[in-house]
Write a protein that binds this ligand. Structure first.
Ligand code: AMP
Ligand code: GLY
Length: 429
C-alpha cells in the first residue's frame, strides 16, 4: 500500500514510524513531515494540507491508496470528504464527524442527545446572555470558544470577573470566528484521563488510557502548552472508571452511525475528567492526540496499516487490537521560551545515544536539517523522548536517562512527568 500521512508533529512521526514497520507499507509520504519522519518516509513540503483538490491531485500522481489525516484542521476543512469522493481510502472522519472537535456546541448537543455524562452547560451567541448564565451559576466556571482555537479557547475561571472578561474577549474576537459562539459550563474537578478509540461502522475499539501534562512547568504550574509529557496506561484509573469510559466511547461510536450522514472512520479521542460522580467528558477530538500517540503506538502490537485500512474501509470485524504489557512514558524537550517566543536553529546532539538505551524511541516534533545536514530545532516542542519499561517506574527512569543524553542550547523539559500518578490517587485530592 502507498500511504500519505498529513501533518508535521511528534504524532505524525509516531504514525509514520508505526506504519513504516508494516510489511503492507510500500511507499510512505509525510506531508510535510519533519526531521524525524524523513528517516522513515519521504517528506513532501510546500503543500497546503487543507487544500482538498491539491491533495487529490497529489494522491493521483503518487498512486496513493490511503491517506491518514493527523491534525484537526484538514478534518474540519472536509479534506476527508473530498478524498473519499475521489475514491481514496481515508483514515479520519468527514467534516460532519470532525465537528465533534470543531464545534463545542455541536459536541455538547451530541453528548446531551446521546446521554453521555458531561459538565452542565449553556451555549450562547451573545455576551449578555452568556454573562447572565455565568452570574447565575457562579464561579468557578469554564468559558469555551466554540470553534478551533489551537488549544487556547478554554478559560477555567476561578473568579466570576475573569469569566465575564473571558466572555467579552471571545465575542470581541480574541479567537477570531471560533469565538462567535461560546459555551459556558460547570467547572469539574478530578484527574484528567484520555481514552482514544478507533471508530468505524459504529463500533469503538479502545486503545490504552493516557494522561497528558498541559502546563509548562513542574507541579502543573506556568502557562498551558500543547503538552509537555504523557504516560500510558494511567495507573490511578479504577476498573469501574475504565469500564464507564469504555461505555462512553462505545455509546458515542454507535451514535455516530445513527446520527451522522456518513460512517465515522478514524480516531475518536475522549478527554475525560474523573469526577467524584464518575468520568465525565470534557471534550471529544476527531483525531489522535499529540503527545498521547507517542506513548500509545509503541505499545500496539497489531499491524497499524491493517488496523487503519480496516477503519478506512468500514470493516470493524477485521480489527483485533493487541497491546504490549509494558508501560510507556514520554518527556517533551522544548525550546527555551516555549510556549512563548523561542529561537530556532539550535544544533541537537545525542539523539542516537538516547535511542541506544533499551526501550527508548525518540519522536521528532520541531526538528529540521540545516544546510550542513545537522539536526536543528525548528519548533517550540522539539523532541518526544519515549521509553517503555516493565513497570511505570522503569519507563519513567529510562525516559529521563535518555533525556540526559540529548542536548541543545535552551533545552527545557518537565522533571515530573508521571510523578503525581506514581504518588497515587491521593495526590489529586
Ligand atoms: P478542552 O479543550 O475542552 O479539553 O479544555 C482544555 C482543558 O481545560 C482541559 O484539559 C481541562 O484541563 C480544562 N477544562 C475544560 N473543561 C473543563 C471543565 N468543565 N471543568 C474543569 N476544567 C475544564
Ligand atoms: N494532547 C491533547 C490533544 O491532542 O488534544
Amino acid at each position: 500500500m502507498n500511504i500519505a500521512v498529513l501533518g508535521s508533529g511528534g504524532r505524525e512521526h509516531a504514525l509514520c514510524w508505526a506504519l513504516s514497520q508494516s510489511p503492507s507499507c510500500e511507499k510512505l509520504y509525510a506531508l510535510p513531515g519533519n526531521g524525524g519522519t524523513a528517516a522513515v518516509a519521504e517528506n513532501v513540503v510546500g503543500m497546503d494540507i487543507c487544500d482538498s483538490e491539491a491533495l487529490v491531485g497529489f494522491a493521483r500522481d503518487h498512486d496513493i491508496d490511503m491517506v491518514v489525516i493527523g491534525p484537526e484542521a484538514p478534518l474540519v476543512a472536509g479534506v476527508a470528504d473530498t478524498l473519499r469522493e475521489a475514491g481514496f481510502l481515508v483514515f479520519g472522519p468527514d467534516a460532519q464527524g470532525a465537528r465533534l472537535e470543531g464545534s463545542k456546541t455541536f459536541s455538547k448537543h451530541f453528548m446531551e442527545k446521546v446521554g453521555i455524562p458531561t459538565a452542565a452547560y449553556g451555549t450562547f451567541e451573545n455576551a449578555e446572555e452568556a454573562k447572565a448564565y455565568a452570574r447565575e451559576v457562579g464561579a468557578p466556571i469554564v468559558v469555551k470558544a466554540d470553534g478551533l482555537a489551537a488549544g487556547k479557547g478554554v478559560i477555567v475561571a476561578e473568579e466570576l470577573d475573569d469569566a465575564l472578561e473571558a466572555i467579552d474577549s471571545c465575542f470581541e474576537g480574541a479567537f477570531g470566528a471560533a469565538g462567535s459562539r461560546v459555551v459556558v459550563e460547570e467547572c469539574l474537578t478530578g484527574p484528567e484521563c484520555s481514552l482514544l478509540a478507533f471508530v468505524t461502522g459504529g463500533k469503538a475499539f479502545c486503545m490504552a488510557t493516557a494522561q497528558d501534562h498541559k502546563r509548562a512547568l513542574d507541579g502543573d504550574l506556568g502557562p498551558n502548552t500543547g503538552g509537555m509529557g504523557v504516560y500510558s496506561p494511567v495507573p490511578i484509573v479504577t476498573e469501574e472508571e475504565h469500564a464507564a469510559m469504555v461505555e462512553v466511547m462505545e455509546k458515542a461510536a454507535a451514535a455516530t452511525a445513527e446520527l451522522f450522514d456518513h460512517d465515522y472512520r478514524g480516531v475518536l479521542y475522549g478527554g475525560f475528567m474523573l469526577t467524584p460522580q464518575g468520568p465525565k467528558v470534557l471534550e471529544f477530538n476527531a483525531r489522535f492526540g499529540d503527545p498521547e500517540t507517542q506513548v500509545i503506538l509503541p505499545r500496539l502490537k497489531t499491524d497499524l496499516v491493517e488496523v487503519m485500512s480496516a477503519v478506512a474501509q468500514g470493516k470493524p470485524h477485521d480489527i483485533h487490537l493487541q497491546w504490549r504489557d509494558e508501560w510507556a512514558a514520554c518527556v517533551v524537550l522544548a525550546s527555551e521560551g516555549y510556549p512563548g517566543s523561542y529561537e530556532k536553529g539550535k544544533v541537537i546532539l545525542g539523539v542516537d545515544d538516547a535511542q541506544a538505551l533499551e526501550g527508548v524511541i525518540v519522536f521528532h516534533a520541531g526538528t529540521a536539517k540545516n544546510q550542513d545536514e545537522e539536526l536543528v530545532t525548528s519548533g517550540g516542542r522539539v523532541l518526544n523522548v519515549v521509553a517503555l519499561g516493565e513497570t511505570f517506574a522503569e519507563a519513567r527512569e529510562r525516559a529521563y536517562e535518555a533525556v540526559e543524553r540529548i542536548n541543545f542550547e535552551g533545552k527545557q523539559y518537565r522533571a515530573d512527568i508521571g510523578a503525581k500518578a506514581a504518588a497515587g490517587r491521593e495526590a489529586w485530592e
